[in-house]
Design a protein around this ligand. Sequence first.
Ligand code: FMN
Length: 183
Amino acid sequence: MSKTVVVYHSGYGHTKVVAEAVARGAEAALIAIDANGDIAEADWEALDAADAIVFGTPTYMGNVSWQFKKFADATSKIWYTRGWQDKVFGGFTNSASPSGDKQVALIALQTLASQHGGIWVSLGQLPSNTKAATNLDPNTLGGSVGLLTRSPADASVEEVPQGDLQTAEHYGKRVADIASKLR
Ligand SMILES: Cc1cc2nc3c(=O)[nH]c(=O)nc-3n(C[C@H](O)[C@H](O)[C@H](O)COP(=O)(O)O)c2cc1C
């Protein structure tokens, strides 16, 4: 069994719900980046020990949150020593609009993983994009690079679409399974 860690920031709780779903699928530990963009020393050790790391961030102003970016910049010391070389990586972002420039944030996560010499895991699911598709269906946002989820601007944290959460669980399992195969 591989060790997977989901490290995420969530300003208002919606991305946290998605992170929990990814972690359920991956049987992963969860690390929350705090409101100052920091994680604890023990969290850095857990990331170093992981076979797979999944990054999560809300999309804010068409990119990752500044707290996630602070975390990303803090990984530069690890980058320098190639500490995360050949780990498996995945990523997700949540935002209010169906597009909302989520892809920009997701590509930032993929780029971070690539800077570390990681092996990036795509979503691996067909989109639900017919007229009949509803919020209960998987991958209604049609992601492929990684996981995209949506919580409308007036949605509570309980209202993150069930289809998106199922997609998140599926993606978490995919990342963990691939990490197990590569171990
Ligand atoms: C500062 C800020 C910027 C935002 N920018 C975007 C955006 O570019 N695109 C979008 O679709 N939603 C945007 N939103 C909406 C959030 O992505 C959405 O509310 C999301 O669920 C927040 O996740 P969180 O509860 O984990 O913080 C923004 C929200 C905030 C607070």
